[in-house]
Design a protein around this ligand. Structure first.
Ligand code: NAG
Ligand code: NAG
Length: 987
């Protein structure tokens, strides 16, 4: 018999489930705020905000943390010591081991832990199985390099009393000034403080304590027990220390309060960016109220937020706790390595000018307050000074973006769902019939038999291999969805193995956790468990996942994880993972471990142990710092309306500066039916997303590009062709991201870090280092846009060479058939202009080089090229060229950027051999000098194996200035090879 409580609980769960399903299947409601916590409803966030308020408002406030000076040691780049936390109304202190590491890269890392006390001291609730330790494994999943210790870092005598100083970084220009009491750190560059820890005294590490059972009447349900301890002003709200309820779910907290929080200030910095993923402007807003500002902190707690709202600090599907601060000519950053729920308050203060210090103007300081529910305090500090320095240092730690296969950066056609294998074949044929290029077609959950992953519905997908074979005829691919929830149903081999091998996430009692998702009752594979990894790997083998072929790739969705009947649509925080870590400790990393398991499974699907020589493609919805190593992300379930199109640009720019640039938004909008104009504009914008996929909800009308009708289909096709023509430029940008961490699409501040006026601009973008500047139209009925040109440089319309000149804001016409796209002077852009059905068919196509001459008259650009699919590039099998145009001699040179090697690998030779006939078919020069008028020829000289191979003449066609357009010239068929050394003389 059910107890009353139990039956109520079930009823609630059922109602919730019903609600969630209604939410998913009706498209009328928007984000359910009441399903997600505000800071006020999140005990540890509320406590820490209250702590900050007390610290700020009381002049008597004394931060209770001090560094025990006698404990400080410095050895080989590491400073250690003990921070003492003085307890209120007691002579007791809690000992917090401090480690500050100084890395060769110039990055500093501050870690604060809590000393384990004697047995019996930490009393956990009841018979909890949770591991009795602060979570300290975030680094195991997120950090992959960049931690070699600095040999040059050294302590020095501080000028201030009561500090320990360490000089480090390039030529010792960085300094950490560690204040003993109250404990705090100023990070300086060239003697000026750039980043300050605990300047405001918000440092708070809630130490472990035994639960003192109070008489029952002391604490009634819902009442806030404010314990005023004797005469002191400080009161502590203990109402959420030991359990906390929200939306009908109660989180038992076996370890009690254990949050970590710190204020981090950026003196003189007006803007902060990062802490993806949020749907709001790139430059983060203030979060403690005020005109147009937010009243809640930015939240990071990976969640499946149904119909998420615009301009909001609410959490979304992924979390990257990495922030950059920007002032004129200086970028610095911090990375808060913590996997638990995290909130970040942002406030700004402007100091008034000091009348005594002549000429010094008041400056803005950005203050941030970071609050995490559990784990260590573990923060990395980057002192720049360039945006590139900060992102490279961060990427060395968390890994560089995967170099994807070329197909992965071409166009993807998706919908929930292509309903049969014949449907897929039909779409494939129709795209060809309409001459619309595409590389990949996707299958959402309905291809499975009853939402059981690793199966095919025999009624609708009877012949998956035949379907994949048809796609392969034009080098196209299939992506199939595989989610982490495993249907709990008899006679399903996957769930049987999951259970018998005990590889699923456990509930707080230590039994297999059960919740609801697409298949109904489900279990979740626990990818923190190495054994789950090996098992997951075995499931993808071609002989196990029958019906998949070499051109089948994978999409991981719902990996926050999304649990329809769970608290905030995810798992209970007191669930247990491998090693008995609570879900609360690892939540934000969970999605990445699943993505990673899939990545490795794909890598090994030929043979269990061997690494395939083909780069996996796996898309993920949930992510954390480090996910960039594994594939692409998209911004989840957006809507077919103009504000969502507009928001996609700052969201993807934000991913770019957060070290995970392989990002996109669903083109067309997932929920709802876009108008034809919106769909068309969305394709034009999507052509500038690093990940470019059209997708649609099951309840929407079909919207494959050929269905739009004219003129829309033609305009969409043009946008797709533009993406395909520029694939060499995109692929080169991906290679740059892969080797330096640089964003693929770049915001204004990143390209012009000295231009304060442009810091907040987030609706236009530069593509890699190509000088291409796009401003997609994101408003209805627009016939033009304003583009901000930050620098004193010439810019030219991509299509008709209309000339603009910065610094200024220019109007660019943008009727429906036009994408506002400019080329910045000084660049050389590689393209492939022949229209093909898929990118694979472009492998041996010739190139066009566009030389864009600006003020200096010089220009350069690079091209990176490899086979676009294998790991052979790791053994040198690639082409990497620098093209340089020098005005003084009027010559264009192609130089080799590959490292000189006396013995190229076999794979290098094979690759270069395969490319030996691929040539440059056209050189276009934009903004040619007037003196070229009448010129008819250029002189081409080629080098073969380092030796001159003679010269010959090629034809030049000159086009004079028309109206506001630049004069230009074209060399047709110069007869040079893309992989070879050569020069073209225009003099
Ligand atoms: C990814 O998988 C590899 C191989 O199993 C493992 O060594 C690594 O720790 C995993 N990383 C993450 C982030 O899950
Ligand atoms: C390319 O040109 C830019 C100026 O536009 C210059 O700063 C840069 O050094 C040049 N790069 C190379 C490799 O010549």
């Amino acid at each position: 018999m059910l107890t009353l409580y139990e039956s109520q609980r079930r009823l609630t769960a059922f109602l919730l489930l019903l609600l969630t399903f209604c939410a998913y299947f009706t498209l009328v409601v928007s984000v359910k705020h009441e399903n997600f916590k505000t800071c006020d409803q999140s005990g540890f966030c509320k406590r820490n905000r209250a702590y900050a308020d007390t610290a700020s408002s009381t002049s008597l406030w004394q931060a209770p943390y001090s560094l025990d000076a006698s404990s400080v040691k410095f050895e080989q780049g590491i400073l250690t010591g003990t921070v003492l936390k003085k307890l209120i109304n007691s002579d007791e202190t809690v000992r917090l081991p401090l480690t500050i590491s100084f890395y060769e890269s110039g990055t500093a890392r501050v870690t604060l832990d809590e000393e384990r006390r004697q047995k019996g001291d930490i009393v956990l609730r009841h018979d909890s199985k949770a591991k009795k330790q602060r979570y300290n494994e975030a680094e195991k999943w997120a950090i992959v390099g960049g931690t070699s210790l600095s040999s040059g870092a050294a302590t020095s005598k501080g000028s201030e009393k009561g500090t320990t100083n360490v000089h480090y970084g390039p030529a010792g220009t960085f300094e950490a000034v560690i204040r003993h009491e109250p404990f705090g750190i100023d990070f300086k560059r060239d003697g000026v403080a750039q980043v300050k820890f605990n300047d405001k005294g918000f440092l708070n590490l809630e130490h472990w304590r035994p639960k003192v059972e109070k008489p029952a009447e002391d604490k009634k349900e819902g009442e806030e027990a404010v314990v005023a301890e004797s005469s002191k002003e400080v009161t502590e709200d203990q109402s959420t220390w030991w359990d906390e309820s929200f939306g009908g779910n109660t989180d038992s907290k076996p370890k009690g309060p254990e949050s970590v929080a710190l204020d981090i200030s950026f003196p003189g910095y007006q803007h902060v960016f990062g802490v993806a993923e949020h749907a709001g402007p790139l430059s983060l807003k203030e979060t403690r109220g005020g005109d147009g500002q937010y009243s809640d902190p930015y939240r990071l707690y990976n969640s499946d937020v149904f119909e998420y709202e615009m301009d909001s600090p609410m959490t979304l599907y992924g979390a990257i706790p990495f922030m950059q601060a920007q002032k004129k000519d200086s970028t610095v950053g911090v990375f808060w390595l913590n996997a638990a729920e995290t909130w970040i308050d942002v406030t700004k203060s402007t100091s008034s000018a000091n009348p005594l210090s002549l000429g010094i103007l008041g400056s803005t300081t950005t203050n941030t307050h970071w609050i995490s529910e559990s784990g260590l305090l573990d923060v990395f500090v980057f002192l720049g000074p360039k945006p590139q320095d900060v992102i490279t240092a961060y990427s060395e730690l968390t890994g560089f973006t995967q170099l994807p296969q070329q197909f992965a950066i071409a166009y993807h056609q998706c919908r929930w769902n292509y309903v049969t294998d014949e449907d897929v074949r039909d779409v494939d044929r129709k795209m060809d019939k309409h001459r619309i290029p595409y590389d990949v077609i996707w299958l959402d959950i309905e291809y499975t038999e009853g939402k059981k992953y690793f199966t095919w519905d025999p009624m609708t997908f009877a012949d998956p291999l035949g379907m994949e074979k048809q796609l392969d005829e034009h080098e196209r691919k299939l992506v199939a969805i595989i989610d982490p929830h495993i249907k709990n149903e008899g006679n399903y081999h996957v769930v049987d193995e999951l259970k018998s091998k005990d590889l699923a996430v456990h509930n707080k009692e230590g039994n297999i956790y059960e919740g609801w998702c697409w298949p109904g009752s489900s279990h979740w594979v626990d990818c923190f468990n190495p054994a789950a990894h090996s098992w997951w790997k075995s499931l993808f083998r071609y002989d196990k996942f029958k019906g998949t072929a070499k051109n089948t790739w994978i999409w991981n969705d719902m990996n926050e994880p999304s649990v329809f009947n769970g608290p905030e649509t995810t798992m209970p925080k007191d669930n247990l993972h491998y090693g008995n870590w609570e879900h609360r400790d690892v939540h934000n990393i969970n999605g990445m471990t699943f993505h990673n398991a899939t990545y490795h499974a794909i890598l090994a699907r030929d043979k269990e142990e061997d690494k395939n020589n083909v780069r996996p493609f796996v898309l993920t919805r949930s992510f954390y710092s480090g996910s960039q190593r594994l594939g692409a992300m998209w911004t989840g379930d957006n809507q077919a309306d103009w504000p969502h199109l507009e928001a996609s640009i700052p969201m993807i720019l934000s991913m770019g500066i957060s070290g995970f640039p392989f990002a996109g938004a669903d083109v067309g909008g997932f929920f709802g039916n876009p108008s034809k104009e919106l769909l068309t504009r969305w394709y034009q914008a999507g052509a500038f997303y690093p990940f470019f996929r059209g997708h649609a909800h099951i309840d929407t009308r079909r919207r494959e590009p050929y269905l739009a009708g004219e003129p829309y289909t033609q305009i969409i096709t043009q946008a797709l062709r533009l993406r395909y023509a520029l694939l060499p430029a995109w692929y080169t940008a991906f290679h740059e991201a892969h080797t330096t961490g640089a964003p693929i699409i770049r915001p204004n501040y990143y390209v012009h870090p000295g231009d304060e006026k442009g810091f907040a601009i987030d609706d236009q973008l530069y593509v890699g280092s190509t000088g291409l500047l796009a401003k997609p139209v994101t408003t209805e009925g627009a016939d033009g846009v304003d583009i901000y040109l930050a620098d004193k440089e010439k810019y030219f319309d991509y299509f008709d060479y209309w000339m603009y000149e910065g610094p200024t804001t220019v109007k660019v016409a943008a009727p429906l058939d036009t994408i506002p796209l400019l080329m910045q002077g000084g660049h050389i852009i590689p393209r492939r202009d022949r229209p093909r059905r898929s990118s694979g068919l472009m492998r041996y196509d010739p190139f066009t080089l566009v030389i864009v001459l600006g003020h200096s008259g010089d220009a350069n650009g690079t091209l990176y090229l490899d086979d676009g699919e294998s790991f052979d590039y790791e053994e040198g099998a690639y082409i990497h060229r620098l093209f340089e145009y020098t005005s003084a001699t009027a010559t264009l040179m192609s130089r080799d950027l590959t490292p000189a090697s006396s013995s190229p690998s076999k794979k290098t030779k094979e690759y270069l051999k395969s490319m030996e006939k691929v040539r440059v078919e056209k050189i276009i020069v934009v903004n040619v000098p007037e003196s070229w008028n009448g010129k008819k020829e250029v002189e081409v000289s080629e080098e073969l194996e380092g030796k001159s191979a003679g010269t010959r003449m090629a034809e030049l066609e000159w086009h004079g200035k028309v109206e506001g357009r630049a004069a230009w010239a074209v060399v047709r068929d110069p007869g040079v090879l893309i992989g070879g050394g050569w020069r073209v003389g225009f003099a």
